[in-house]
Design a protein around this ligand. Structure first.
Ligand code: FES
Length: 179
């Protein structure tokens, strides 16, 4: 397919759209590259907001409904901004059987957010995920880059508490700039 002429720069002036343009060019504006392009967009923006989806739809000359459909169907795409830390509880079959629902319940009751939501202060996003391929460790919870298994609900909760506390400590140890 011949690539379409370059799009007008995004009216917001947000330079991240230039990065997205690069990915679109790399994908040669091919409609069958929609998932790869959405991946790239999520990496650049952190999540897939309406204007990003619209931009992708126009660039690939796809109906908006198709792009929205893909962005909302796949678990790996998020339509909301994520928190600074992400707690992802595996709710695949093996983990579910071993008590993943109790872990989710513990997070919900401690932080007052449902899976897919972020705390008001933006520090934590709770998500659930399908099997991550570590069923022998079930139930598995991932906090940022830390993957742990065989956790009770209390241990999983502690994992999050510790991670947030460590981040707060690190932030408070940053030298204060004196002007
Ligand atoms: S079901 Fe959770 S890792 Fe496989």
């Amino acid at each position: 397919m011949v690539p379409p002429p370059p799009q007008e720069p995004h009216p917001s002036g947000d330079e991240r759209f230039a990065l997205l343009d690069k990915s679109l060019r790399k994908a040669r504006y091919r409609q069958d590259q929609l998932i790869e392009v959405l991946h790239a967009a999520q990496e650049v923006f952190g999540y897939l907001a309406d204007d990003v989806l619209l931009y992708v739809a126009q660039a690939l000359r796809l109906p908006r409904s198709r792009v929205y459909g893909v962005a909302t169907f796949y678990h790996l795409f998020t339509r909301e901004p994520m928190g600074e830390h992400i707690c992802s509880v595996c709710t695949g079959t093996a983990c579910f059987v071993k008590g993943a629902d109790a872990i989710v319940d513990a997070m919900v009751s401690e932080y007052g957010i449902q899976p897919g939501e972020t705390t008001e202060d933006g520090t934590l996003t709770l998500t659930t995920t399908r099997c991550i391929g570590s069923c022998s460790l079930a139930p598995v919870t991932v906090v940022d880059d830390d993957v742990r298994g065989h956790l009770t609900a209390e241990e999983a909760l502690q994992m999050v508490v510790d991670r947030l506390a460590a981040a707060q400590d690190a932030a408070s140890e940053q030298p204060v700039e004196v002007s």
